[in-house]
Design a protein around this ligand. Sequence first.
Ligand SMILES: NC(=O)c1ccc[n+]([C@@H]2O[C@H](COP(=O)([O-])OP(=O)(O)OC[C@H]3O[C@@H](n4cnc5c(N)ncnc54)[C@H](OP(=O)(O)O)[C@@H]3O)[C@@H](O)[C@H]2O)c1
Length: 207
Amino acid sequence: MWISNAGYEKAMPSIAESLKKLQTDYIDLLLIHQPFGDYYGTYRAMEEAYKADKVRAIGVSNFYADRFLDLAHFVEIKPMVNQMETHVFHQQGDLQELMKEYDSKLMSWGPFAEGKNDYFNNPTLKKVGERYGKSAAQVALRYLLQRDIILIPKSVRKERMEQNMNIFDFELTADDMTEIARLDTKGTLFFSHNDPGLVKMLLEVKI
Ligand SMILES: NC(=O)c1ccc[n+]([C@@H]2O[C@H](COP(=O)([O-])OP(=O)(O)OC[C@H]3O[C@@H](n4cnc5c(N)ncnc54)[C@H](OP(=O)(O)O)[C@@H]3O)[C@@H](O)[C@H]2O)c1
């Protein structure tokens, strides 16, 4: 749900339109994309759609701890997912811990930080991968998976899609996990939703 459809009155027809465009009776997961505008109204519409079996799961995206808590505290159906920038350089441990209280799962967008920081040549990820015959990308995904994070890596190449799915036949040890945990800088590699410049830009995007 984009900001321009925020609020109960706009969100209700927007959900119906999405179902129509997708040519489906239900949506697996519906998220509020950004924590701006009347997202409380949007969320009420999503709760109704959930109760009417039009949506299997509802949640939010880019809701930092303060916004997440504010919403999760007051709504009837707690957000099942918060989709956030999450990768080895920005691991979101504190947010994930806080979300557990609401049984809410962290979903990673940018699990490879879109290749920033020379991600696929990271020495730690490569060194760990050599022990299992896996690439840096696979080690990074496996690390997030073992932390119970939902993954949606993006690739337009078939062989990389296959590689990214081939992470269920090995397990990182506690020592591997500790080593990769040290890569965390606890900061964004993209942009901050606390930056008024970004907020202004997002408010002007029409979808
Ligand atoms: N909620 C939000 O605000 C938000 C924000 C951003 C993104 N997202 C979503 O998050 C999902 C993840 O996409 P993302 O764009 O953030 O990027 P990402 O998954 O972190 O990285 C994608 C990049 O990694 C490359 N790549 C993928 N697998 C690889 C591999 N095994 N080895 C080497 N390179 C590899 C891809 O290149 P090739 O395609 O050439 O393979 C692409 O350049 C998407 O569904 C996106 O829509 C959500």
